[in-house]
Ligand binder design. Structure first.
Ligand code: ATP
Length: 345
């Protein structure tokens, strides 16, 4: 299903949660909405689901308007399912009943699917590997199993659009990794469009076809994971997604960057114009090397060093700024040492 969010504004009383959000989601696409707490991710998802009314703008599902400032088509009349962070299971229903529920009650479930309800429930139980748990109640399941029930309930009615609100954040680190793979496999299998809300850049980069980065109710950038990671267009995206250091200085004819309070220049490696306009030079921690050859180089002093197995993470004081650099363990520097900071790009 194709989805269009057209210039949507959303206010809760005096609080404006979304500003002019404009976005198209292709049929079958896996789109991640990434941003810090309070940036409006959940609000956007709830508008897509039909749980909220919008203040201005419109939402279209397959070219048909489902929300504008005068009306909202309710969730059960949209071909949409949602997976919640809290699992949102019903304590009085067993696993099988959870999966049956949307097949019985959603308006958009077609007759053919309703006619083979028992088969569909068994098929979904198999997909999420819960065949042996179909009679269990929610309080008899682990966190990972609960989230699988919540996924099963969502995919059972074959929705064209699957909305996921931080579905893995209540699981431990190892299980999160496993469930990432399972959600990717579900996407391949169902071919539904997925809108996946997260504040975890690792999840968004790993799973999505495209990422929408949001900040303070606005879209900062939309792009593939590679575009967002390698070519952030705003200082916010550069620091939020790639944890980039932003060096201050001056761009000359958009090709050479001179560092602030220094005669040292660095070359352009395809830095987006939007960042150049701010006279900034972004370097992620792994794009920096530190050496003892300090002559004619940008220098700083090592403040801290953390051993991380494959590498050392250094923080370095440079011209009133603290920057982070990740170096292989062959490059061991001492705290207090003066070092040259050089781009690896
Ligand atoms: P988180 O990652 O913490 O869940 P979020 O990015 O999903 O955050 P939203 O829940 O969409 O953010 O909230 C966006 C803004 O709207 C916040 O400032 C929030 O306080 C406000 N907000 C959300 N729901 C309501 C509500 N029902 N009434 C008033 N303000 C609200």
């Amino acid at each position: 299903m194709s989805t269009a969010v057209k210039h949507v504004n959303k206010k809760f009383g005096d609080v404006q949660a979304l500003y002019d959000v404009d976005l198209n989601i292709q049929d079958g696409e896996f789109l991640a909405i990434l941003g810090p707490s309070g940036c409006g991710k959940t609000t956007l998802l709830r508008l897509l689901a039909g749980f909220e009314s919008l203040t201005d703008g419109a939402i279209l599902l397959d070219d048909s308007e489902v929300a504008n400032n005068k009306m909202v088509v309710p969730p059960e009349q949209r071909n949409v399912s949602m997976v919640f962070q809290s699992f949102a299971l019903w304590p009085h229903m067993n696993v099988r009943e959870h999966i049956q529920f949307p097949l019985r009650h959603h308006h958009f479930v077609d007759r053919a699917l309703k006619g083979k309800m028992a088969d569909r429930v068994n098929e979904v139980l198999r997909i999420v590997e819960l065949e042996d748990f179909s009679d269990r109640m929610p309080n008899e399941l682990s966190g990972g199993q609960k989230q699988r029930v919540s996924l099963a309930r969502a995919i059972a009615p074959e929705p064209k659009l699957l909305l996921m609100d931080e579905p893995l954040s209540n699981l431990d680190a190892e299980l999160r990794m496993e469930m990432r793979r399972e959600i990717q496999a579900l996407h391949q299998l169902t071919k539904a469009s997925i809108v996946y809300v997260t504040h975890d850049q690792g999840e968004a980069l790993a799973m999505a076809d495209r990422i929408v980065v949001m900040n303070k109710g606005k879209i900062e950038q939309i792009g593939t994971p590679e575009e967002i990671y390698y070519y952030p267009k705003t200082p916010f995206v550069a620091t939020f997604v790639g944890k980039a250091n932003l060096f201050k200085g001056t761009w000359h004819q958009s090709s050479v960057f001179t560092l602030e309070n220094s005669a040292v220049s660095w070359r352009d490696w395809g830095i987006p114009d939007e960042i150049k306009k701010e006279n900034l030079y972004p370097l992620r921690p792994e794009q920096i090397t530190l050496t003892n050859q300090t002559q004619d180089q940008m220098t700083g002093v090592i403040r801290s060093r953390q051993f991380q197995g494959k590498e050392y993470h250094y923080s370095v004081d440079v011209a009133g700024q603290t920057i982070i650099a990740h170096l292989p363990i062959s490059k061991k520097m001492e705290i207090g040492e003066e070092v040259a900071i050089m781009p690896l790009v």
